[in-house]
Design a binder for this molecule. Structure first.
Ligand code: AMP
Length: 300
C-alpha cells in the first residue's frame, strides 16, 4: 500500500500513521522526522532546515523531493509506505506523481484528516516528546503511562519537552502556511480523484476505524461496468422501406422532402421496367405485318 496522509499540524496523522505501520508492516515516512534527524546529526541539510523549521516555514520543494526519492527507493519501502507530512505544496504533489510514474508504483490512497481549528490548537499545545525514547504524547489526549516502563532506559518517568515548533507563536505560523501552501494540495488531489476524507475527532480507535474504511474503499476494485446487453440483431431493412420510415418520423418540412425522395426513388425503380416495356412495344410493332409490307412482299 502506498498511502499519503494529509492534514493540518495536529490533525493526528502521525499517530495514525504509526498504527498503520503495525497493520500493514510498511514504513512511515515522516519528512518532519527526517529533517529533525538531519538537524540533530548536524548535517548540512539539518543546519539549513533548522532556521526554516523554527519559523514554521517550509523547506524548499527540490530538497524535499530529493529526500523522498531517496527514501521511497530504499528496500524497506518496496511493498509500500505511509507518507506523513509530504507532499505539502502543489509542486511536491506533482513531483511525487512524476516519481511514482517513473518507478511504476502509483499511490493507492490519499487521506485527508479533518479537524476543527479549536481542537487543532488544543492538540498541538498539549503535545510533548520524550527526550529519552522520542515517543510523542499529549498532556490532554494521550498522557504517558506512569511509571514509564516503556521508556528506553526504563526510567520511572518519560522526560517530556515541548518541541520548539509546537510553541504557540510557531503553531500559528504553521497553520497559516498550511492554509496557504497545503490547501492547494487538497484541491489537487480532489481534481485527480484520489482524495478521501476522514473526520479525525473522537477516540484514536474510532479514527483508525474510519481511516481503515477509507483505505479499503480506496483500494477496492472499481464496480464492474455491466456490459450493455447485446442488441438484438435486426433483420436488414430494405432501403425503400427504411426511407418510408424516416419520412413518417420526420418533421413536416423534412417529411415533405423525405416523401419527395421516396417518390423519386420509386419512380427511378420503375423507370427501367417502363423502358423495357416500351422497347417490347416497338419491337412488336415492327414485327406486326402492315398491309403495305405484306403487299410489297407479294410483289404487288
Ligand atoms: P512536521 O513534523 O511534519 O510538522 O514538520 C516539521 C517541519 O519540517 C515543518 O514545519 C517544515 O518546516 C518542515 N517540513 C516537513 N515536511 C516538509 C515538507 N514536505 N516540505 C517542506 N517542509 C517540510
Amino acid at each position: 500500500m502506498r498511502i499519503v496522509l494529509m492534514g493540518a499540524p495536529g490533525s493526528g496523522k502521525g499517530t495514525q500513521a504509526q498504527r498503520l505501520v503495525k497493520q500493514f508492516s510498511i514504513p512511515q515516512i515522516s519528512t518532519g522526522d527526517i529533517l529533525r534527524k538531519h538537524r540533530s546529526e548536524g548535517t548540512e541539510l539539518g543546519k539549513r532546515a533548522d532556521a526554516i523549521m523554527a519559523k514554521g516555514l517550509l523547506v524548499d520543494d527540490a530538497t524535499m523531493l530529493e529526500i523522498i526519492r531517496d527514501r521511497v527507493t530504499q528496500p524497506d519501502a518496496q511493498d509500500g509506505f505511509i507518507l506523513d507530512g509530504f507532499p505539502r505544496t502543489q509542486p511536491q504533489a506533482e513531483g511525487l506523481a512524476a516519481l511514482m510514474l517513473e518507478l511504476g508504483t502509483p499511490l493507492d490512497a490519499v487521506v485527508l484528516f479533518e479537524v476543527g481549528d479549536a481542537e487543532l490548537v488544543r492538540r498541538i499545545s498539549g503535545r510533548r516528546t520524550c527526550s529519552l525514547c522520542n515517543k510523542v504524547f499529549n498532556v490532554y489526549t494521550a498522557p504517558p503511562s506512569s511509571p514509564a516502563s516503556d521508556c528506553v532506559d526504563g526510567s520511572t518517568e518519560h522526560q517530556l519537552f515541548q518541541r520548539k515548533d509546537d510553541e504557540e507563536g510557531t503553531v500559528k505560523e504553521r497553520l497559516r502556511v498550511y492554509a496557504e501552501k497545503t490547501q492547494p494540495v487538497v484541491s489537487y488531489y480532489l481534481r485527480t480523484g484520489q482524495l478521501r476524507t476522514v473526520r479525525a475527532e473522537g477516540s484514536l480507535e474510532e479514527i483508525t476505524e474510519r481511516l481503515l474504511a477509507a483505505l479499503a474503499e480506496a483500494v477496492a476494485p472499481a464496480p464492474a461496468v455491466t456490459a450493455p446487453r447485446k442488441a438484438r440483431k435486426k433483420a436488414p431493412v430494405k432501403k425503400a422501406v427504411a426511407r418510408k420510415r424516416v419520412a413518417r418520423r420526420a418533421k413536416p418540412k423534412a417529411k415533405a422532402r423525405a416523401r419527395r425522395i421516396v417518390r423519386k426513388s420509386a419512380a427511378k425503380r420503375a423507370a427501367p421496367k417502363r423502358k423495357v416495356a416500351k422497347r417490347v412495344r416497338v419491337a412488336r410493332k415492327k414485327a406486326r405485318p402492315t398491309a403495305r409490307r405484306t403487299r410489297a412482299r407479294r410483289g404487288k
